[in-house]
Design a protein around this ligand. Structure first.
Ligand code: DC
Length: 205
C-alpha cells in the first residue's frame, strides 16, 4: 500500500532538506517537483514552447546541474503560471505519489492539487529575509556572485508570482501541519517533520 507525504512551501524555506531527510528516514522515494518546472523553464530559455517542452519532459532532464541557477528559478516560476504546462505535469507526479515503498513530493501545490488525499501534508515556511539569507549563502557557496538585496528581491518576486497565480497558487492545504523554520535549526525542523509523519503513520496503523 502506498503512503504519500505532501510537502509544500515557498522558495528556500527548507522543503528540500526536510523532504530528503523524511524520505531517507522512512525509506520513501522523493520527488522535488520544482525540478519539473525548472527543467521546462530551462528549455523555454533555450527557445522551446512551454507546453510542448512540458509534454516532452524526460526524467533525465531533471538531473542537470544548471537547473539551480537564479535565471532558471525565475523562468520556472514564469512557466508555472501556465495552466497548460501544469496540466502536462500532473500525471507524472500522481504516478510517483503511488510508489509502493511510499513517496515524498515537495512543491507548491502537492497537498492542494496533486495529492489532495495525501496521508500527511506539511507546509514548510519561513520569513522572506531568512529564506533570502539561506539562498544567498547557498548561491555564493557555489560560486554564484549575487548580492543579498538581489536574492531578497528574487525571493519576494517569486513569492508574489507563486501565490498570486490563478491556477494552483502556493497556499497551505487546510489540513496541513505548518512548520515555520525561521528560528529553527535544520535538525529541529527535520525532527518536527519526521514526528508529524510518524503520527500520521501510527494513526493509519
Ligand atoms: O521549488 P523550486 O524553487 O525549485 O521551484 C521553482 C518554481 O517552480 C517555483 O517558483 C514555482 C514552480 N513550482 C510550482 O509552481 N509548483 C510546484 N509544485 C513546484 C514548483
Amino acid at each position: 500500500m502506498s503512503f504519500t507525504v505532501a510537502i509544500d512551501g515557498p522558495a528556500a524555506a527548507g522543503k528540500g532538506t526536510i523532504s530528503k531527510a523524511v524520505a531517507a528516514h522512512f525509506g520513501f522515494a522523493h520527488l522535488d517537483t520544482g525540478l519539473l518546472y525548472r527543467a521546462v523553464g530551462a528549455k523555454v530559455l533555450a527557445g522551446a514552447e512551454p507546453i510542448a517542452a512540458a509534454r516532452a519532459l524526460d526524467p533525465v532532464d531533471l538531473e542537470s546541474d544548471d537547473l539551480r541557477t537564479p535565471a532558471v528559478a525565475q523562468a520556472a516560476s514564469e512557466v508555472a503560471v501556465n495552466a497548460g504546462v501544469r496540466a502536462e505535469l500532473i500525471e507524472f507526479q500522481r504516478k510517483f505519489s503511488m510508489r509502493p515503498e511510499g513517496a515524498v513530493l515537495d512543491g507548491r501545490d502537492i497537498g492542494t492539487v496533486i495529492c489532495p488525499d495525501a496521508d500527511v501534508k506539511l507546509f514548510v515556511t519561513a520569513s522572506a529575509e531568512c529564506r533570502a539569507e539561506r539562498r544567498f549563502k547557498e548561491l555564493n557557496g557555489k560560486g554564484h556572485d549575487v548580492p543579498y538585496e538581489q536574492v531578497l528581491a528574487d525571493v519576494k518576486a517569486r513569492d508574489a508570482r507563486d501565490s498570486g497565480r490563478a491556477t494552483a497558487p502556493l497556499i497551505a492545504a487546510y489540513d496541513a501541519v505548518t512548520i515555520d523554520t525561521s528560528d529553527m535549526t535544520i535538525d529541529a525542523a527535520v525532527s518536527a517533520a519526521i514526528g508529524a509523519v510518524e503520527r500520521a503513520k501510527n494513526a493509519i496503523g
